[in-house]
Design a binder for this molecule. Structure first.
Ligand SMILES: Cc1cc2nc3c(=O)[nH]c(=O)nc-3n(C[C@H](O)[C@H](O)[C@H](O)COP(=O)(O)O)c2cc1C
Length: 458
């Protein structure tokens, strides 16, 4: 069997993920796995029609396609995302039709599921036959039981193709609304006071729903609102995954393009951030993905603490809960407040006008009161994962994070709670007595609310 492997790592063959592909090749020498470096060669693939055609030819002559990529910011790297966009821009979807496919990632399991959901949906949209996905931790390959797991996954992949087995699709196609938003005059104006509002967008054209929603949002304020278009910035490329920033947050692109300065002087200094974009496939644009990927120079340290962040989105967001979750998670993990979304999916222009008007008001109110909504599992879970890895196995390459986490008091390991540990030890010992357990069972509900009642009695 011939399998084309589409490599998503910007590091090309010097990639952690590719070591997993090599392992599959080693275990299944009867099959040919041909690796194509997509992310690393994206610029050439984008500009040179023959380079893109060569990839299509490989895919055409393959029995299966293995998408293999690191997880970058809850998805795949920006260049890989751009390649996916090129497939539809260049009308090359037919080449992918009916091809069996699977998705292999390496990561530290931080929102690997959103990356997997995304690729599954993209493959369903391309009418591919998505066999399944495999999410390996970066260093799983060192463990015999994980190698065996990968071998079984790959075996199933080849068998499924060999048996021409039927595959169930997981995602319905998106339906886009045919609607032109036209805005009315803002009758009242919100005063942002001393709060700095910044709109970041990748809008290509002001005469689109997105462009007009941004204009209407700006018009709801009594002062001029700054807007920066990612298309106007000189961004040399996406994150290279080199981790040079791990030591002291210095990016290899520093001084070579506009991104770092823009992030430090504009994004970090705003109180209210509006991120505005149009849905492209199952996410925002690759340009937006570059914005997120390049923010990795901050490592795993939150860089937008306490900011109010809202999204203005054109397109069927409600049909892509995976995107909504990824965006909310990004904001939460930054210790910022995800204020919400305004889209052009529902309602007429008047309703969208009032949503945008109210959005501005809410953002300013929250900024004034310093409100940040309680964390959900998205960041509670994510932060524990980062805490453990930065304290532990990733401390060396991510020294800057290690130091910053210390300052933030992020090493809140439960082992340090000595009072709880003593209480637990006593209770566990006593609970060996049946009479004690009986009494506890009787009082459980009351005891659970006791500490809260103490607060209410104050
Ligand atoms: C810019 C950037 C973003 C990343 N984002 C994530 C992430 O969201 N979740 C995760 O679990 N790992 C994330 N990682 C870690 C990589 O997925 C992991 O190191 C992977 O094994 C690298 O594979 P590669 O060597 O094939 O590129 C990120 C790494 C970089 C450089």
């Amino acid at each position: 069997m011939k399998i084309t492997v589409l490599n998503g790592s910007p590091k090309g063959i010097t990639s952690v993920t590719m070591q997993y592909v090599h392992y599959i090749s080693k275990e299944f020498p009867q099959h040919e796995l041909k690796i194509l470096n997509i992310s690393q060669r994206l610029r050439k693939i984008e500009k040179d029609a023959q380079a893109f055609q060569d990839i299509l030819d490989e895919i055409s002559s393959s029995d299966g396609i293995l998408w293999a990529s690191p997880v970058y910011y809850l998805l795949v790297p920006a260049n890989y995302k751009r390649f996916i966009e090129l497939i539809s821009e260049k009308g090359a979807g037919d080449v992918f039709h009916n091809k069996y496919t699977a998705f292999l990632t390496t990561s530290i399991h931080f929102f690997d599921h959103t990356a997997h959901n995304y690729m599954n949906a993209v493959c369903d949209d391309l009418n591919m036959r998505y066999i399944g996905s495999f999410s390996a931790d970066m260093y799983d390959l060192r463990k015999p039981e994980e190698r065996e797991r990968l071998r079984l996954f790959a075996g199933n992949f080849f068998d499924t193709i060999g048996n021409n087995a039927p595959i169930l699709k997981s995602y319905l196609p998106l339906t886009w609304r045919n609607f032109k938003y036209t805005y009315g005059e803002a009758k009242s104006k919100t005063d942002a006071g001393n709060k700095k509002v910044l709109i970041v967008t990748d809008s290509e054209n002001q005469q689109t729903n997105l462009g007009r929603m941004i204009e209407r949002f700006k018009a709801s304020f009594s002062t001029e609102i700054e807007m920066i278009n990612l298309r106007d910035l000189h961004i040399k490329g996406s994150c290279l995954g080199c981790i040079h920033c791990g030591y002291d947050n210095q990016c290899v692109y520093e001084g070579k393009d506009d991104y770092i300065d823009f992030y430090n002087t504009k994004v970090k200094t705003a109180d209210i951030l509006i991120w505005a974009g149009r849905i492209k496939d199952r996410y925002l644009s690759a340009r937006w993905k570059t914005f997120f990927d390049r923010s990795f120079f901050n490592g795993h340290t939150p860089s937008l603490i306490g900011k109010q962040i809202g999204f203005i989105i054109s397109g069927p967001l409600s049909q892509i809960p995976n995107l909504r979750q990824a965006l909310e998670a990004y904001v939460e993990i930054q210790h910022a407040n995800p204020v919400g979304f305004v889209t052009d999916e529902y309602g007429d222009s008047t309703e969208i006008d009032s949503l945008l008007q109210n959005f501005g008001k809410c953002l300013v109110q929250f900024a004034n009161s310093g409100y940040v909504r309680p964390n959900t599992f998205l960041s509670v879970g994510g932060r524990k994962l980062f805490r453990d890895d930065i304290w532990g196995r990733l401390r060396f390459p991510f020294r800057a994070d290690y130091v910053a986490y210390k300052k933030l008091g992020a090493y809140d390991f439960p082992q340090k709670e000595y009072k709880t540990r003593i209480q637990n030890a006593i209770m566990l010992l006593l609970s060996k007595l049946p009479s004690f357990r009986k009494e506890i069972n009787k009082r459980m509900k009351k005891e659970m609310i006791k500490p809260l009642q103490k607060v209410l009695e104050k």
